[in-house]
Design a protein around this ligand. Structure first.
Ligand SMILES: [Cu+2]
Length: 191
């Protein structure tokens, strides 16, 4: 009797352990699969994979918006296959102004000599402007420096600029107090 009981409990324990391990394994595998499907679906539907290649999270807002306007906007200057903008066919660069006193992105890279059309959209209730040119002129708000004035909420302004110098270039908003609050960005020129 004693021997039989011991025998039963000895052989039952490994079966029980194996069953638990199997169940836990199944649950983990199911959870992982679910996470993959749930996490993967939005990327596949929205960005068709481009979001993931360009670093998704980092680009977030801008990446999603530019994703709808062709793959030409994905490659950045310096990357192989990048097509620089020309006067006849400027490269489109989208910039979000606000909400608050910031541009997104706050740093932009251009190829030397290329022509870029900035499409600047204001998010939020504060009106912004977008001035672009040599950093010294932009910083001091020099009259005559190209700018889009008074971009209201959900409005988009357009400005085309050719970067034919070596820089440094910059952009900024000079609505009262905005530049002082940090509403500016840098433009890096690559050969
Ligand atoms: Cu502003």
């Amino acid at each position: 009797m004693n021997v039989e009981t011991q025998g039963t409990s000895r052989s039952a324990a490994p079966v029980w352990v194996a069953l638990v391990v199997a169940i836990v394994g199944l649950v983990v595998a199911t959870a992982a699969l679910t996470a993959t499907l749930v996490g993967g679906a939005p990327f596949g539907m929205m960005g068709a994979g481009r979001g993931m290649m360009s670093g998704g999270g980092m680009m977030s807002g801008g990446g999603m918006m530019s994703g709808a306007f062709g793959s030409g906007s994905v490659l950045q200057p310096g990357a192989s296959g990048f097509v620089p903008g020309t006067a006849a066919a400027p490269r489109i660069v989208r910039v979000i102004a606000g909400p608050g006193y910031a541009f997104s992105p706050s740093s932009i890279t251009v190829e030397r000599g290329e022509t870029v059309t900035f499409l600047v959209t204001t998010m939020g209730p504060i009106t912004h402007e977008f001035m672009v040119g040599p950093a010294a002129d932009v910083t001091t708000h020099t009259p005559g420096t190209p700018e889009i004035d008074g971009i209201g909420m959900m409005q988009t302004g357009s400005l085309t600029y050719t970067f034919d110098g070596s820089g440094p270039y910059a952009f900024a908003c000079h609505e009262p107090g905005h530049y002082e609050a940090g509403m500016a960005g840098t433009i890096t020129v690559v050969p």
